[in-house]
Design a protein around this ligand. Structure first.
Ligand code: MRU
Length: 368
């Protein structure tokens, strides 16, 4: 996507064999890039959320394996790099998918060939992510067009889409998942307006989704996380599109904390609740999302403190809660398949069910 006319991906190889990323902890106020030179750099970038979003976590892990292979391509070193990267964040399955993909590509090769092959495979994973997200955008656009035609016939002037967290291009290599259909709809001239949940505690909606939509010129309004139900009751939301960190083979959707409450409100108000789902985000080994998906718990400091820009333009962190009040920080929740209207994949739309996913991914349906 473009920032001030310059095309960017969120991760790219540098000329000297290092890898560069956008440091998302500096956004929305400062645009900064960081060089990753070792597997430990890549692990830190994921754990400390310089990069985040399931597909980008996977892409960074792939490059982390490539950085490891450049330093030492022995099987022992690659397995150690796998373990280091795998320990960074527990919920997004794209991390394990990318690590498994890299290991399967590298281990059969001679040690001397692994460094170069690892960089090429990581680059392919990034290109594949971009193609997947663009296809999700095309399928989602068809749905948005259908809903817009109905709304326009009823006299509406715009189509209101609500999203939670950041599942835009900053969460992927490019395009985004949930935001890809929105970008395609906007570029096609449809009058889209996006309700952006702020997404406490880290505010990926207010700081990242709003930043992206703002760069692209897409009309949007940042709302408190608790506002969605009210807007739906008043007919002000035509469609919800969210991303996912892990979706079970039965269609249960794990995504940023608060997604489940949006799905409940959507069901109560007859608003379609859709999930943009890249193939690598499906965990074919899991059937029950609530019982089986590990939910990351992050530092209480993300709840108790908040960073922002002061009136004089400095970035400052302030404390929100009284001294001594403990805080809990559950990063994700699971929306049961029964509350999801459609999964929007790179292969088309399907119901959130084992049968729906199996019809689009027959080669994986046996749990392979
Ligand atoms: O904690 P984060 O910022 O990594 O969480 C991101 C999300 O929950 C996204 O919705 C999800 O990864 C899908 S990204 C295309």
């Amino acid at each position: 996507m473009k920032i001030d006319g310059v095309s960017y991906r969120t991760i790219w190889p540098a000329a000297d064999g290092a890898v560069e990323i956008i440091d998302q902890t500096c956004l929305p106020h400062v645009f900064a890039t960081v060089r990753l030179e070792t597997v430990d750099d890549a692990a830190r970038a994921i754990a400390d959320m310089w990069v985040r979003g399931a597909p980008l976590i996977g892409a960074t892990a792939a490059y982390g394996m490539a950085l490891a292979a450049r330093a030492d391509a022995s099987e022992a070193a690659l397995r150690k790099a796998y373990a280091t990267l795998h320990a960074t964040r527990p919920t997004a399955i794209n991390l394990k998918w990318a690590l498994d993909t890299m290991l399967a590509a590298l281990l059969p090769l001679r040690e001397s060939d692994r460094g170069g092959a690892a960089m090429s495979r990581a680059a392919e994973i990034c290109d594949e992510d971009v193609a997947i997200n663009s296809a999700i955008g095309d399928h989602g656009l068809t749905l948005i067009k259908e809903i817009w035609e109905r709304r326009r016939a009823a006299g509406a002037e715009r189509i209101n889409i609500l999203t939670h967290c950041n599942a835009g291009w900053l969460a992927t290599v490019d395009w985004g998942t949930a935001l890809a259909p929105i970008y395609k709809a906007f570029d096609a001239g449809l009058p889209v307006h996006v309700w952006v949940d702020e997404t406490r505690p880290r505010n990926q909606g207010a700081s990242l989704t709003a930043r992206e939509l703002n760069w692209h010129g897409v009309p949007h309004t940042v709302i408190a996380d608790n506002a969605g139900g009210h807007l739906m009751q008043h007919g002000l939301v035509d469609l919800v599109i969210v991303g996912t960190d892990r979706t079970t083979r039965t269609g249960d959707v794990c995504n940023k904390i608060g997604t489940y409450l949006k799905a409940l409100a959507a069901r109560d108000n007859g608003v379609p609740f859709t999930v943009a789902l890249p193939g690598p985000t499906i965990d074919w080994t899991v059937a029950d999302g609530i019982r089986e998906i590990p939910i990351e718990q992050r530092s209480a400091a993300e709840m108790t403190h908040i960073a922002g820009k002061t009136a004089s333009g400095e970035i400052a962190t302030v404390q929100l809660v009284p001294d001594g009040s403990p805080a809990g920080n559950y990063a994700f929740d699971v929306t049961p398949a029964r509350l999801v209207t459609w999964l929007i994949t790179e292969r088309g739309l399907c119901p959130a069910s084992a049968e729906g996913l199996a019809s689009l991914y027959p080669e994986r349906a046996g749990g392979k």
